[in-house]
Design a protein around this ligand. Sequence first.
Ligand code: C2G
Length: 130
Amino acid sequence: MKKVITYGTFDLFHVGHLNILKRAKELGDYLIVAVSSDAFNAIKGKKAYHKDVDRKAILEAIRYVDEVIFEESWDQKIKDVQEHDVDVFVMGDDWKGQFDFLKDYCEVVYLPRTEGISTTKIKDDLKDKM
Ligand code: C2G
């Protein structure tokens, strides 16, 4: 069984998130998503609208997703890849090159982002409508 993993906050779930999960799943048979915990988002300097347990529940309901774990730190990826026996690591290409150190442990694939949508854009567009 070919296992794929990807990481992210996945706040205000949108079609850009859906597309990368769909395409990540197409690279294997089993997709694990490591969703950023609220504590880790604080380290990333990000404040998610939905709390981590709700973002996890939404991801678990997505047909392409087989398992969701929490991302608590920048340096858990090697351990995750080894412990979950992962074959492919996938991220959007805004991260291109940032995770090449994982090439010693699994395939590393950066996929093009979906244009025109982001959690930040959603927040900004809603603000403008106020
Ligand atoms: N994404 C995308 N297209 C968009 C928006 C997001 O393909 N229009 C992808 C991102 O490239 C990322 C995933 O969706 O691979 C999740 O995006 P975020 O929730 O913004 O994740 P991020 O905050 O970048 O956290 O350790 C890695 C970090 O946890 C990644």
